[in-house]
Design a protein around this ligand. Structure first.
Ligand code: ATP
Length: 216
């Protein structure tokens, strides 16, 4: 279980975006996260992704409190959680090839992994892997970002509006890739989306974060 308990977090002192939020993400299921624009869904995604340190409250992974956020996160806890954002372009180094992008977490942690297998899982050809971000479409780049998020075989995957920029067929393809992780590897997925239809058929249940930052 990836759990947030009593999380208070924000960007400006005295103005919490999340004010005592809790959420439990089990393995082997897709849980949806919905709520009005600006209510703090992406902030909660970044807290759960160990990229944004809450002011108070706790995040734990399989019962163990996280040891730190961002660069202070222990390697094993970093590897437990993958995250994919809405916009792939700002999320990648434009000088890298897609192969380098997918391999980033492997290089950073000194882990061995098969980039070609990851690419295959997300539907990227070897030829596309040799290209740079400006030479591929948003959908192809998002596939690379998903492969990168899966590189360390995380037990939990956070998809923050992962398909919001994509056409229906790429959306369906990426949802299928994620579903395969859930069913074959037992990954727990938090799917954040404004698309109620998508969440209705994708998630086992949908958690709602309301605009007043009340507990989930
Ligand atoms: N880096 C930041 N610096 C300052 N304020 C921020 C930052 N990121 C988000 N916020 C503010 O925090 C609040 C919550 O933003 P967040 O992106 O978490 O909401 P959201 O529910 O994901 O919104 P949306 O559905 O529109 O993506 C908003 O008021 C936003 O302006």
């Amino acid at each position: 279980m990836l759990s947030a308990t009593g999380v208070v977090a924000g960007y400006r002192r005295g103005e919490p975006v999340l004010d005592g939020v809790g959420l439990d993400l089990p393995t082997g299921a897709v849980v949806g996260l919905a709520g009005p624009s600006g209510c703090g869904k992406s902030t909660l995604a970044r807290v759960l992704g160990l990229l944004h340190e809450p002011w108070s409250g706790q995040v734990s992974i399989d019962g163990e409190p996280v040891g730190g956020y961002r660069h202070a996160t222990p390697k094993a806890q970093r590897a437990a959680i993958g995250i994919v954002f809405q916009h792939p372009r700002p999320a990648v180094d434009p000088r890298f090839t897609l192969r380098d992008i997918v391999a980033e977490p492997l290089r950073a942690t000194g882990t061995t992994g098969d980039v070609d297998e990851l690419a295959d899982e997300v539907g990227l050809t070897a030829e596309l892997l040799s290209r740079r971000p400006h030479e591929v479409s948003d959908g192809q780049l998002q596939r690379a970002c998903l492969a990168r998020a899966l590189a360390l075989r995380p037990r939990y995957l956070i998809c923050d509006e992962m398909t919001a920029m994509l056409d229906a067929s790429t959306t369906a393809a990426l949802v299928q890739v994620v579903d395969r992780q859930v069913h074959e590897r037992g990954t727990g997925v938090l799917a954040i989306s404004h698309d109620e239809d998508l969440l209705a058929h994708w998630a086992v249940h949908v958690v709602r974060l309301d605009g007043s930052s009340a507990a989930v």
